[in-house]
Write a protein that binds this ligand. Sequence first.
Ligand code: NDP
Length: 397
Amino acid sequence: MAKVLIIGAGGVGRVVAHKCAQVPEVFSEIMLASRTKSKCDSIAQSIKNRTIQTAQVDAENVPELVALIKSFKPELLINVALPYQDLFIMDACLETGVNYLDTANYEPKDEAKFEYSWQWAYHDKFKEKGLTAILGCGFDPGQSQIYTAYLAKHYFDEIHYLDIVDCNGGDHGKAFATNFNPEINIREITQNGKYWKDGAWVETKPHEIMRRLTYPNIGVRDSYLMYHEELESLVKNFPTLKQARFWMTFGQEYLTHLRVIQNIGMASIEPILYKGVEIVPLQFLKETLPNPDSLGENYSGETSIGCRIKGIKNGKEKTAYIWNNCSHQAAYDETGAQGVSYTTGVPAMVGALMFLTGKWQGPGVFNVEEFNPDPFMDVIGKYGLPWEVKEDIDLEL
Ligand code: NDP
């Protein structure tokens, strides 16, 4: 029985609130706080049979966060606001003695770059206070690392080649929309690609490397090599990896829109003066694009995210593919959010459950593959994201 404070009332916050509310024996009291309280209230009203508290907070204001935490006294804070707020929220957790979990690593607003160094630097501070911080517990990052740890533990003696494959085979009917916060999403996918090869990072131009990969129940999709944050922790925690890559599917229509957005300067994060007011083009663009929250109602199709691994077992080469497929419509029917928010929010709730039931603990800052994957894998299907494994198949990579 524990109190949990969720910060961020977007698509992911909606799913986390719904899923925590479904497990009252663990999450006995829930508070959802965000910049706009009316969004918290609307999510709270959509949760049947359970009352959750709501509050307004600016998560970039540490004293405000501290006051809220002191008044509610949670055991764990689940941060599903934006990556910009991670360090402010971690500071507030340290000041109030509260444990922490998030789904995306810190990014400074003025630099489109993600890496764990900023949050790993908090390890000793959390350790000294006897607190736990769990980083990146969504799907990718998150479940992708737990999948890797699970296969490494049960299917291989050593893992050598890892490909994380992320396909959204859904159709929301809009000409162009992003599935999570447009500003964060466009910053991520317009970066240079990067992958791990023989002990060093190899950089590529954005979308320079493409493979046509087959996804279960979806079919063949153009999949582009991208840099993704969990590669950084995975190559550190699995030093036998000779190669680690991340692939995401994009349609031609999507890429054409993206190219235009970049070419006309709308993906820029450099402030410009517009009629005497400073604006950031990408932040302005976010306001004109469909809100990811609004995509759910008519979203058809599925997501399919998994890990394809090659390594050795009993001296022989072996392959395995582990994945989950998630239906956008089923996610919407259950929580009012589309599949991308759902596949992020469910692992966040289960990670919180792992911590609060004593299965994942330890003082310091951890990436999820550092914990025992078994108790997570035992229950994640029951909470909405069942998985499958195929062994000794052609990985196409
Ligand atoms: P949204 O933009 O839909 O929601 C973000 C929420 O955070 C909004 O409600 C917003 O408030 C709130 N917020 C922003 N700034 C502040 C602030 N200063 N103080 C308080 N609240 C604030 O994003 P998503 O729900 O799509 O994504 C949430 C997180 O999940 C992001 O960090 C994203 O990167 C991560 N993510 C992780 C994935 C994974 O697999 N690991 C996949 C997808 C997303 P307001 O409503 O007022 O704007």
